[in-house]
Design a protein around this ligand. Structure first.
Ligand SMILES: NC(=O)c1ccc[n+]([C@@H]2O[C@H](COP(=O)([O-])OP(=O)(O)OC[C@H]3O[C@@H](n4cnc5c(N)ncnc54)[C@H](OP(=O)(O)O)[C@@H]3O)[C@@H](O)[C@H]2O)c1
Length: 368
């Protein structure tokens, strides 16, 4: 039936064709039309797919139009993503309250922003400091409540092979990136609920795929999990929760100077037995490989991340997750769905092998 209909259509098409259309064009058009008429399931699928894609883009592009009446509180505004987001939103007339760790960070930010932007000093590891920030924000926002809470502050070091680290190293990172973030969220939640607002939590691709020892991957994996349960609990109160998953970007967190300095501290304090299992050359090779991969991977355009944060705050329908950066979208996030052995092989190629992996371990004589 569809074959006969296809042939009739083909005839009609040929008869009504514009005289100036050349025969090659005619053939392509005819063949195309014939192909779709012969495969109604495929045509139906493509039409439905295009329809939903267009609907998704329209929905995704809708924005709130009263952002200038709302307040957004951002942590970690001394530098990096937080600093740029604060300036970006301030330029658009949003009432920004930027939390900085240092007085200098606060003054520098104020010097390059409008008088509407307010700053407050906040150390996430100090509960009293968080309480003071809550009091400040409550006074600034009054009955309206807080529309946006951006949990951005974080640190990466100490980071390195797991057996180079002790519990204190884990605490240093987890206390800021996870425990601090949870503390801030719980204390600000009543203000956000009052405004039926948004919470934007900055995780990382390293929260989806753990490829470095230390508290960083754990903390970001915890942020993912905390945000998922928070989103499900808060949906009843009109509060929306989004997660930002950036790839690698050039900021303080990825500063090779800081990471290398801290790795040297870890290497130098290693017990001789552990150091011997890695071998004398390991440390230099590790730094070389890390430098090469960081220099290749780190993107200098951090606005790719702040655009995602801004979308999560200002879109009518914010997304649940935002992968920021091409490395995140095309490599790390797809790799996180791959079987573990695929990720293991790829990640093994990025770093050098310890000396002990090439020879049998003395005593037990087990080849590692
Ligand atoms: N850059 C990347 O490639 C990347 C990738 C994935 C996720 N992230 C995440 O993105 C977020 C922002 O980092 P960034 O890349 O913009 O690096 P950044 O420039 O170092 O920003 C981190 C901010 O957090 C502040 N901070 C550190 N410890 C704090 C504490 N105890 N209390 C309050 N604030 C504290 C830092 O203050 P100081 O500057 O004064 O130290 C800084 O302003 C972090 O959560 C990070 O884990 C970054």
């Amino acid at each position: 039936m569809s074959r006969i209909y296809g042939k009739t259509m083909k005839k009609r098409l040929t008869e009504n064709m514009e005289p100036e259309m050349d025969t090659d064009d005619e053939n392509v058009l005819e063949r195309g039309l014939e192909f779709f008429l012969m495969k109604p399931e495929l045509t139906g699928f493509l039409v439905t797919f295009c329809f939903f894609t267009v609907c998704w883009f329209i929905k995704d592009s809708l924005r709130l139009n009263d952002m200038h009446k709302k307040h957004v509180f951002i942590t970690g505004c001394d530098s990096g993503f937080g600093n740029l987001l604060a300036r970006q939103l301030d330029k658009k007339g949003v009432g920004v309250i930027a939390a900085c760790l240092t007085e200098k960070g606060s003054q520098d930010l104020q010097a390059c922003s409008s008088s509407t932007l307010k700053t407050v000093i906040l150390n996430l590891t100090n509960p009293r400091s968080i309480d003071r920030a809550v009091e400040f924000v409550a006074a600034e926002t009054g009955n309206k409540g807080l529309f946006g809470l951006v949990n951005n502050a974080g640190r990466a070091t100490p980071i390195g092979p797991t057996d180079w680290l002790d519990m204190e190293d884990f605490h240093k990172v987890l206390d800021v990136n996870l425990i601090g973030l949870i503390d801030v969220t719980l204390k600000f939640l009543p203000l956000v609920k009052r405004a039926r607002g948004r919470i934007v939590n900055v995780a990382s691709v390293m929260g989806r795929l753990a490829f470095a020892g230390g508290g960083y991957c754990l903390s970001k994996c915890g942020v993912e999990s905390f945000s998922d349960s928070l989103r499900r609990d808060m949906q009843h109160f009109g509060v929306k929760v989004s997660i930002i998953e950036p790839g690698f970007f050039k900021t303080g967190v990825t500063s090779l100077e800081l990471i290398e300095k801290d790795l040297l501290r870890l290497w130098e304090r290693l017990p001789p037995e552990v150091r011997c299992s890695y071998g004398d050359k390991y440390f230099d090779q590790y730094l070389k490989c890390q430098k090469l991969s960081m220099n290749t991977l780190c993107d200098g355009d951090i606005s790719k991340v702040t655009r995602c944060m801004e979308h999560a705050l200002t879109a009518k329908y914010p997304r649940t997750r935002y992968g920021a950066g091409w490395d995140a979208k095309l490599f790390w996030l797809p790799l996180s769905y791959a079987p573990a052995f695929v990720a293991d092989i790829l990640l093994k190629m990025l770093l050098p092998a310890p000396a002990a992996s090439k020879k049998s371990v003395s005593g037990n004589q087990i080849a590692v």
